[in-house]
Design a protein around this ligand. Structure first.
Ligand code: FES
Ligand code: MG
Length: 591
């Protein structure tokens, strides 16, 4: 960033190039069709893209269609020219087989738009889970000035006087249905009550996580992430965001100036303090790779594990999005971390030109039961641990959601309190799980661990959110509501399950999970950070040789061209699940 020299606008190469009047006229003439004059287009006003992720197909982000009007007003008032355009829609709950499949597709499309059109800066409209990483990854690759704008969470859901949170209520309602406490209609009513307005999931799922982290990274205006979608303040921050991006273009404040290694370290700490989703390491590692910033799952454990959980939101806690906003949102969390010297880099620059420390210093919460104090947090050590062993090189576990019941049953052996062993039950994907979880032949009891494989970025293209597997109905009736679950897929950020997930390399990439057999004993040691099949190295080598001789781990055929293309070039979860050939394209607007 330079404060002294105002950079020439990249849009001038399209709209105001006297050396090539023919091309300039061709570039300019069609854009005159909707009310902009040639004088304006050639006046040195920045062209500001509004990357629109909302559509009828993506209801979580649909309110951005309304908010974009306020963004435009902000852009115009600051002397910019707004150009709104669509981003490939991604709806977490609507896309088959999984919305993650489309994160990299939206990324690719947005890179082409930002690079190939006369855009000087861009407002990234973020919200539903994968829209945030897709947009930030594209901004990282192209590296033109960019600012993110959350659509905001839905209002709180209510049912019979209790808060019902997105996704989280589904897990609870499923158990109630399985136990015969509610019927089909009761199930539908209970789940629908959690979605009372426009906006994204109101729990601390992947959406609230990623929107909070976009702010913690410095890519949004301070206080922006938590404002509920329908609130007046959401419109106001949209206007302010439009104004600010014009200034960012004049200051040449680029994603690479904001999303530094320091910013990622801050975001990791904030992720622990908010109780963020296990999808966050996948997405942040992916964004970092497109910037050339080194970031690994070891960093997540080293920087984030010891940080306490401050935000009391479902699934780990009690409250929802509106409460998070009234409690002060990300700035109140950051300020509490700063008071205890736990924000690693208060000097990291943010989109408003100030540092995150300057933005947040001294802020206190009005709702101390929603954003807890550092001294009396909801939980200690709320970050992830990064497990390794002969099952995988890396798998994430969110220890903050381990229940007392689970802890008593598995993590209370005298002398070895953080380790447990069990008999492996292996499912080949979600269909196999659903077909066989209640199969008496499997003899599943409380000494079993449930494994699911073939559900990683290659195996189930994009990676399925299926690792949090419910125990057999028989066990639930006996009060055993969770078994240890391990897999190469993901799980919803709205799930409260302490699964070991995102295992990399996945079975389809011939990771150790591919060698596991039902009946094997497996040992997990949270203290040592290990996860091992208790069979000899020779036996594992033999199983690998047999599997390779049989043609490798079997995966289902691709159903669409994109599934096949992405499978051929996608990296593993621990490496951000990016398109590997895309990583070398960095700072492309300046090449
Ligand atoms: Fe879109 Fe949760 S489904 S934010
Ligand atoms: Mg304090």
């Amino acid at each position: 960033m330079s404060d002294t020299k105002v950079p020439e606008l990249r849009s001038a190469a399209w709209f105001n190039n006297p050396d090539n009047p023919g091309m300039t006229a061709l570039y300019i003439e069609r854009y005159l069709n909707f009310g902009i004059t040639r004088e304006e287009l050639q006046s040195g006003k920045p062209i500001i893209g509004i990357a629109q992720t909302g559509s009828d197909l993506s209801p979580c982000n649909r309110h951005h269609i309304e908010l974009a009007k306020r963004v435009r007003e902000g852009i115009v008032s600051a002397g910019g020219i707004p150009f709104e355009f669509p981003v490939h829609p991604i709806q977490e709950t609507g896309k088959r087989p999984t919305a993650t499949l489309d994160r990299n597709l939206a990324y690719l499309g947005l890179v082409e738009l930002l690079y190939g059109y006369p855009i000087d800066g861009v407002v990234l409209t973020i919200g539903c889970d994968k829209t945030t990483p897709a947009c930030l990854m594209a901004a990282a690759t192209v590296n033109i000035p960019a600012i993110a704008l959350s659509v905001g969470p839905m209002l709180n859901g209510w049912h019979k006087g209790e808060r019902t949170g997105s996704g989280t209520i589904v897990w609870k309602a499923r158990q109630m249905l399985a136990a015969g406490e509610i019927d089909y209609d009761g199930f539908m009513d209970l789940v629908s009550s959690s979605a009372p307005s426009v906006g994204y999931c109101n729990t601390m799922g992947t959406a609230t996580t990623m929107n909070s982290l976009a702010e913690a990274l410095g890519m949004q205006l301070p206080g922006s992430a938590a404002i509920p979608a329908p609130y007046r303040e959401r419109g106001a921050i949209s206007y302010a965001t439009g104004k600010r991006i014009v200034e960012m273009v004049h200051q040449d404040l680029k994603p690479s100036d904001i999303m530094t290694r320091h910013a990622f370290e801050n975001a990791i700490v904030v992720n622990s303090a908010i109780g963020g989703s296990t999808n966050a390491p996948i997405h942040l590692n992916g964004i970092a790779r497109h910037l050339g910033v080194e970031l690994t799952n070891d960093d997540w454990q080293a920087i984030g594990h010891d940080v306490p959980l401050l935000v009391n939101l479902q699934p780990a806690g009690a409250y929802l999005g509106e409460d998070y906003f009234h409690a002060g949102g990300v700035p109140a969390v950051v300020a509490e971390l700063m008071r205890h010297g736990k924000l690693p880099h208060p000097g990291a620059k943010t989109a408003n030109g100030l540092s995150i420390g300057e933005n947040c210093d001294g802020i206190t919460t009005d709702l101390p039961d929603v954003i807890k104090s550092y001294e009396a947090p909801l939980k200690h050590k709320a970050g992830f641990i990064n497990l390794k062993g002969n099952l995988f090189d890396s798998a994430i576990m969110k220890t903050s959601v381990i229940s007392e019941e689970f802890r008593d049953r598995y993590l209370s052996n005298p002398g070895d309190p953080e380790a447990f062993e069990g008999r492996a039950i292996v499912f080949e994907g979600p269909e196999d799980y659903h077909d066989n979880i209640d199969n008496p032949a499997y003899q599943i009891d409380e000494h079993c661990m449930l494994f699911i494989r073939g559900t990683g970025p290659i195996g189930y293209p994009g990676g399925a959110e299926v690792v949090n597997m419910q125990p057999p109905a028989e066990l639930i009736k006996r009060g055993i509501t969770s078994l240890p679950c391990i897999g190469d897929g993901r799980q919803s950020g709205t799930s409260g399950s302490p699964s070991i997930l995102n295992a990399s390399p996945e079975a389809a990439a011939m990771g150790g999970l591919a060698l596991l057999q039902t009946g094997d004993r497996v040992r997990i040691d949270l203290n040592a950070g290990t996860a091992n099949i208790l069979v000899s190295d020779e036996e594992l080598a033999q199983r690998r040789a047999d599997l390779e001789a049989a043609g490798g781990f079997k995966i289902a055929e691709s159903q669409t061209p994109w599934q096949e293309i992405q499978r051929s070039m996608i990296g593993q979860f621990d490496k951000g699940m990016v398109l590997e050939p895309a990583v070398k394209y960095q700072d492309v607007a300046h090449k």
